[in-house]
Unconditional design. Structure first.
Length: 293
């Protein structure tokens, strides 16, 4: 068993043990009626619970095609952990109800294997899953921060490779000769005609979008009554424009640097050094776009 496997086993044991502790304290579904045998049954549930965790891991890896891979970034890891909890919690609740069904039926006690009993166990385990999830997030916070810094370092290396390409394009392209001129239209009569190569970003502001772009080397901002989703559909033919946040679309070719600090990631724009936030849910798309350009 390697270091990674030992760590996973430790996490599973501690997580299940937390739920077992909650059972021992609150004794839901009439567990108190088992007497001193309750603690023997809790030990058995602990071992079975670890097994259920590995079953959930197999489902997540082979059926949902979400293998464990820390190199895919913090966003992927957190998203995968959420999926694990969504799968594991109902399975664990079913396993506990089944086990208690046989344990309590053997003593002539009412079985908890019914919709009400399952719902009760599901709520107990959902609370335990949420609490232990917060614990692991706090415990591995420094690791997540280190992963974010590594992501930023790799992206900055990729962006440096793009700089000569971008500089060459900007020397050749002018607002009059650009082949990627496009008109962005809103729901009213206003529209903005620009060269996509000179687009910096588009920000959603209430019922409007703020279009930030370059004209003759100067930053200009125009407002359109539209949604960022409409802008995203209009610009979908241009792979350099990617959603980095629910409120922002950004032109990767105009990004100078990726900055990661205090658990947040931002894109520093070249012309005005303005910072654009990157949400964890969109980090993967940003990485893919940078690598593809």
């Amino acid at each position: 068993m390697n270091k990674r496997q030992k760590e996973i086993l430790t996490v599973r044991l501690v997580s299940v043990a937390f739920a077992i502790l909650a059972f021992a304290v609150f004794q839901p579904l009439g567990m108190d009626k088992l007497g001193w045998l309750l603690y023997v049954h809790l030990l058995a549930i602990l071992l079975l619970g670890v097994g259920v965790c590995y079953v959930s891991e197999l489902i997540l890896t082979y059926l949902l095609h979400k293998p464990s891979a820390s190199d895919k970034g913090v966003g992927y890891v957190i998203h995968r952990n959420l999926w694990f909890q969504l799968i594991n919690t109902p399975l664990m609740a079913l396993m506990v109800c089944l086990y208690l069904h046989f344990a309590m039926s053997a003593k002539g006690l009412p079985s908890p294997l019914n919709p009400k009993g399952y719902a009760t166990m599901l709520m107990v385990l959902a609370f335990c899953s949420f609490a232990i999830g917060l614990y692991w997030r706090f415990k591995y916070r420094s690791r997540y921060l280190a992963m974010e810094l590594e992501e930023a370092r790799v992206l900055n290396e990729e962006l440096k490779k793009l700089q000569p390409k971008v500089s060459g394009q900007q020397e050749l392209i002018t607002s009059e000769t650009a082949s990627d001129i496009i008109t962005l239209a809103g729901t009213t009569n206003e529209n903005v005609t620009l060269c996509v190569s000179f687009l910096l970003y588009i920000e959603a502001v209430g019922n409007y979008v703020k279009v930030c772009h370059l004209i003759d080397g100067q930053v200009r901002t125009d407002m359109l009554r539209a949604t960022s989703k409409q802008m995203e559909q209009t610009l979908q033919a241009y792979p350099m424009v990617v959603r980095c946040h629910r409120a922002y679309l950004v032109n990767i070719m105009q990004v100078e640097q990726v900055v990661s600090r205090s658990g947040t990631t931002q894109l520093m724009m070249k012309p005005n050094h303005e910072s654009i936030p990157v949400s964890r849910s969109h980090m993967a798309a940003v990485k893919e776009t940078v690598k593809a350009l």
